[in-house]
Write a protein that binds this ligand. Structure first.
Ligand code: ZN
Length: 386
């Protein structure tokens, strides 16, 4: 029987079997660099690797889940396992221990992050206000490598988002990797492979993670108690990011549907509730979106993507007369009405414009002007297409 993984891992089977094959053949590297987008499973993979390397029952080169070692790894409380991520600098910190000097609140936050990770290996390892992995972390590793001996298994040091290491810390790790200590594996993760120094890349085996494909997300959601109509939508909106999938699973979509519909009502100049919409409402909406771009850029892009999905869906209905490939099938009635009413609407032009807006909004372009152009053009085109 195939063993269950100790930590939930969605998709990425190829990488998992590659890593267990390395263990089986005794070809474990000193350094791995797991590179891929957020929510692709890098930390989960690293934890599963730690479990497999330290399991007391080595017959299958994967974790048994029941031995003492597996239990400790599962609790992220195994002497061989170290997990490093950006933390804030406490007051009077020790040179070689980043956790001393943290305030009670800060320490509690740190503990919560680890606690959440035990439950969900896709949870965020983000401490508020922390931007860098402190050099004291690396000094602590060095000290441990010298003074503490491992009794069994492999020491595994996971460094989350290595792009947050400073130059001094990179150099320090590089020195360790150049003279690798025995039975020790470093797993560095990154979302920005291009900014990792080539000296580090050349010392590590780089393993690239892709976003999780939609089919795998749907398969995962099939095992959960979720409304069938929400599944496609979560899969589509998540962009292959499992952290996002989990966040979307808790959302109230009916509220969002209202928002989407109200957006289009405003564009069409029709009523919202019993209130007529005016150009002033449109101007307000422009400033709302512009503000959002500043405070929560991801959510801003999400909103623009929802506009894009709507347009693509309406275009499918308008051109094929079929709704087979429609993403927003929960809004089918409204979409069909829209497609029928605005038969001459220039879908291509507006779809291009939304895509352009998303692209340029990340490039220091003045966002209110971009959004204003987009919304006013949509409105104008709708008027023309009646
Ligand atoms: Zn075990």
């Amino acid at each position: 029987m195939k063993r269950e993984k100790l930590f939930e891992l969605i998709g990425q089977e190829k990488i998992y079997s590659k890593l267990t094959t390395f263990i089986k053949r005794g070809m474990v590297s000193t350094g791995y660099l797991f590179a891929g987008p957020q929510g692709s499973g890098k930390i989960s993979m690293a934890l599963n690797l730690a479990a497999a390397l330290n399991c007391e029952d080595q017959q299958e080169y994967t974790a048994c889940g029941v031995c003492d070692s597996c239990k400790k790894i599962k609790k992220i409380n195994h002497p061989n396992l170290q997990l490093i991520f950006a933390t804030v600098r406490g007051k009077n910190p020790k040179d070689d221990d980043p956790l001393t000097g943290l305030s009670d609140d800060e320490f509690e936050e740190y503990q919560d992050i680890i606690g959440n990770l035990k439950e969900d290996p896709y949870s965020s390892l983000k401490m508020q206000g922390a931007k860098q992995i402190l050099i004291s972390n690396i000094r602590k590793i060095k000290k441990d490598l010298i003074y503490s001996k491992i009794e069994f298994g492999w020491r595994i040091i996971i460094i989350n988002l290595a792009e947050q290491l400073g130059i001094e810390a990179f150099n320090s790790i590089l020195k360790i990797l150049e003279e690798p200590p025995p039975q020790t594996v470093f797993v560095l993760t990154t979302e920005k492979l291009s900014i990792i120094p080539s000296t580090i890349k050349s010392r590590c085996q780089v393993i690239k993670f892709n976003s999780v494909p939609e089919e795998e997300i749907i398969e995962y959601l099939n095992g959960k108690d979720i409304d069938a109509s929400a599944k496609n939508r979560i899969a589509r909106l998540s962009n292959g990011n499992i952290r996002k999938v989990k966040e979307l699973m808790t959302r109230d979509f009916s509220e969002e549907d209202d928002k989407i519909l109200n957006f289009w009502r405003l564009m069409m100049g029709s009523k919202i509730g019993d209130k007529s919409t005016t150009m002033i409402d449109l101007t307000k909406l422009v400033s709302e979106y512009s503000k959002l771009a500043k405070t929560d850029y991801n959510e801003f892009v999400n909103k623009l993507q929802l506009i894009l999905f709507w347009l693509r869906d309406a275009k499918i209905i308008a051109t094929d007369g079929s709704d087979e490939f429609v993403v927003n099938n929960y809004l089918l009635k409204e979409l069909t009405k829209f497609a029928n009413y605005y038969q001459k609407f220039s879908y291509e032009k507006i779809i291009d414009l939304v895509e352009e807006t998303i692209k340029y909004s990340s490039k220091n372009v003045y966002v209110p002007a971009l959004i204003g152009r987009l919304f006013f053009t949509i409105r104008e085109e709708l008027q023309k297409a009646k």
